[in-house]
Write a protein that binds this ligand. Structure first.
Ligand SMILES: Nc1nc2c(c(=O)[nH]1)N[C@@H](CN(C=O)c1ccc(C(=O)N[C@@H](CCC(=O)O)C(=O)O)cc1)CN2
Length: 290
């Protein structure tokens, strides 16, 4: 059997970012306007600080305007909702993202619901979710969108393939299922409590691991030749230090057809798709050409 291929999300994301930057430049030449992305971080979660910093860098690299709002951990919901109302009304802001997780005293659903759906570049608003579920043009959550791009790039047409998604979150599992249905896959959504999960996973041509548990998916859960997309980003102790692992036991997956590594797989695609969604939201606000 051929050795497993590594699906290089980092390289794909870099190519996407270059293409987006080219589009941003030519739109600026045509219309004299730039897309603007506002990212709101509440508190000091170390991983969130890294991701928000990476989003700022990527936004600038793509030629967009970046508006960063770093608020103290004790920020009240009223203050946060006030900032969101201000960003909703700001014509220079085309995309708004509130970094998750939020501190425990804040209600993430209420905060997401306050973001104008046409600027909700995370695609988390119920309007965005409803549009995706009913096959309308939607702003689609960045992580599953990135997974779909990697799958289509690697496999081409996905029609008729059986995709098993392990994980049922609103952010990854459910929108991933909608995207794969839209690409004509047969889709099963499973979770850590599904009966005989290993056997279910072994039926997958495409296996999406989005369960948030380090290396839970073992090698013998993977059908030979399957394409495995590992969404998990888990930091585990490693001697005196730590290291990142996915939800799949990568070292046991040598018989898969292809697999995304962690790091360097899905993670960078999340940020590239955020830029893509910001560009989409911006384009939708441009005046129609005569
Ligand atoms: N509002 C949102 N919050 C969160 C989202 C999101 O899409 N919207 N997703 C995650 C975090 N996330 C982006 O916000 C994110 C996670 C990981 C990466 C990434 O590139 N990871 C690297 C490894 C980085 C490291 O060393 O820690 C990789 O996988 O190669 C980018 C974005 C939760 N919150």
């Amino acid at each position: 059997m051929a050795p497993v291929q590594r699906i290089d999300g980092k390289a794909f994301a870099a190519r996407m970012t270059t293409r987006i930057a080219d589009e941003v430049r030519s739109l600026f030449d045509e219309a004299g306007l730039k897309p603007g992305l506002a990212v709101v971080l509440v508190g000091h979660d170390p991983a969130s600080q890294v991701y928000v910093g990476a989003k700022h860098k990527a936004t600038i690299a793509a030629g967009m305007k970046s508006f960063e709002h770093r608020l103290p951990a004790e920020t009240s919901e009223d203050v946060l909702l006030g900032l969101i109302a201000q960003l909703n009304a700001d014509p220079n802001v085309h995309g708004i993202l509130v970094q998750l997780p939020l501190p425990a005293h804040l209600d993430a659903s209420a905060v997401i619901a306050a973001i104008d759906p046409s600027k909700n570049v995370d695609g988390f608003h119920v309007v965005n979710a409803g549009q995706l579920a009913t096959g309308q043009d939607a702003l689609v959550p960045c992580t599953p969108l990135g997974c779909l791009f990697l799958l289509q790039d690697h496999l081409g047409d996905l029609s008729g393939l059986h995709a098993v998604i392990v994980g049922r979150s609103n952010i990854v599992g459910k929108p991933m299922a909608q995207l794969l249905l839209g690409a004509n896959c047969t889709v099963t959504i499973a979770h850590s409590g599904s009966r005989d999960l290993p056997a279910l996973c072994r039926t997958a041509d495409i296996l999406i691991a989005a369960v948030g548990r380090p290396e839970m998916i073992r090698g013998d859960w993977i059908k030979p030749g399957a394409t495995v997309i590992d969404v998990g980003i888990n930091r585990i102790p490693d001697g005196d230090s730590t290291r990142l692992v996915g939800d799949v036991a990568f070292a046991e997956a040598g018989h898969a057809g292809a697999i995304t590594p962690v790091p360097g797989g899905v993670g960078p695609m999340t940020i590239a798709c955020l830029l893509q969604n910001t560009l989409t939201a911006f384009r939708r606000k441009l005046p129609a050409k005569a």
